[in-house]
Write a protein that binds this ligand. Structure first.
Ligand code: ADP
Ligand code: MG
Length: 322
């Protein structure tokens, strides 16, 4: 069991940022409206996520550390209509198998919380604890028992950069949730509950808000909404291009190509737009199950997605001053 979890961890847990992605998804799935992320030494020494979501009972908290114990899928047909971000029931046991792990959680209606300590996949202690409703997960010394994985981690700066990207992607996708990220006690991001336009501007950290144009279009059962800017005047990268399929961040070839097509003749080399685009399609039309850590998806109707996206963007770009 511990070995299986460590093997699964190789799939799910690549680096601190992938731990944070999984834990943030769980917090959002738990209905949190406020999530705080703290890291030390790029997440190698410490990752701590605190949420105000619905928490877990003692029994469910113990169950959550068992492999394939997901509370989100009950039948096979649920798999075709995944609405939550998580569904594999792998993240917690995987992360707990390759770290010194602490889960503290309390349901709103409960008088006390439950604290579980796990070291390298072995439960060391389970006890009652006092805490606010919600969940706090601490991951210390990630990969302490898998030296080969540890060797692949980059510098604290690089890992912190990946964590920042991960939190920004989540923050843009959920403007109604407050997010905070602190690295070595320095605040990197703090955003209040807001709307999408303001959230993009706060997250990207530019005076981008005024230059954002709203996108809204539906074609062939595929809906595209969000905001786009013109190409930025300063040299920019694709890192302010946030694209989501059914609420999940993706970096997909089809999506990227449709954007570049729509902006052809507008984007010069090295001057990319700021954008946040949300593509919604029936869950059965997209396979998000390709790989747990890669931002890839597989579409059933690839060209329909391409066309819907291009049409939605071209509508705005034709009217835009750039
Ligand atoms: P999955 O998200 O695929 O279901 P995980 O291993 O990530 O699997 O989590 C296992 C279960 O633990 C979840 O299904 C959920 O019931 C519970 N859980 C995990 N994190 C939280 C959280 N922050 N708040 C409430 N419940 C949680
Ligand atoms: Mg999960």
């Amino acid at each position: 069991e511990t070995i299986t979890n460590k093997i699964a961890a190789g799939e799910v847990v690549e680096r601190p940022a992938s731990v944070i992605k999984e834990l943030l998804e769980n917090s959002l799935d738990a209905g949190a409206s406020d999530v705080s992320v703290e890291i030390a030494a790029g997440g190698r020494r410490l990752i701590r996520i605190t949420d105000n979501g619905h928490g877990m009972s003692r029994e469910d908290a113990l169950l959550s550390l068992e492999r394939h114990a997901t509370s989100k899928i009950r039948t096979d047909s649920d798999l075709d209509g995944i609405l939550t971000l998580g569904f594999r029931g792998e993240a917690l046991p995987s992360i707990a198998s390759v770290s010194r792990f602490r889960l503290a959680t309390r349901e709103a209606g409960s008088l006390e919380g439950t604290e579980i300590i796990v070291e390298g996949g072995r439960v060391k202690d389970v006890k009652a604890c006092g805490m606010a409703p919600g969940t706090v997960i601490s991951v210390e010394q990630l990969f302490f028992n898998t030296p080969a994985r540890l060797k692949f981690l980059r510098s604290a700066e690089t890992e912190t950069g990946h964590v920042g990207d991960t939190v920004a992607r989540m923050a843009v996708s959920r403007p109604e949730v407050a997010f905070r990220l602190a690295s070595d006690d320095r605040e990197m991001l703090r955003v209040q509950r807001s709307d999408l336009r303001r959230r993009i501007a706060q997250t990207v950290g530019k005076d981008a808000a005024a230059a954002l144009h709203e996108v809204a279009g539906t074609e062939g059962g595929i809906t595209v909404t969000g905001f786009i800017s013109g190409p930025q005047s300063v040299r920019s990268t694709t890192s302010a291009m946030f694209t989501y399929i059914n609420g999940r961040f993706v970096r997909d070839k089809v999506v990227q190509h449709a954007i570049m097509q729509a902006y052809r003749g507008v984007i010069d080399r090295g001057r990319y737009p700021i954008l946040a685009l949300f593509i919604e399609l029936p869950p059965g039309e997209v396979d998000v199950n390709v790989h747990p850590t890669k931002h890839e998806v597989r579409f059933r109707r690839q060209s329909a997605v391409h066309d819907a996206l291009q049409a939605a963007l071209e509508g705005v770009l034709r009217r835009s001053p750039w």
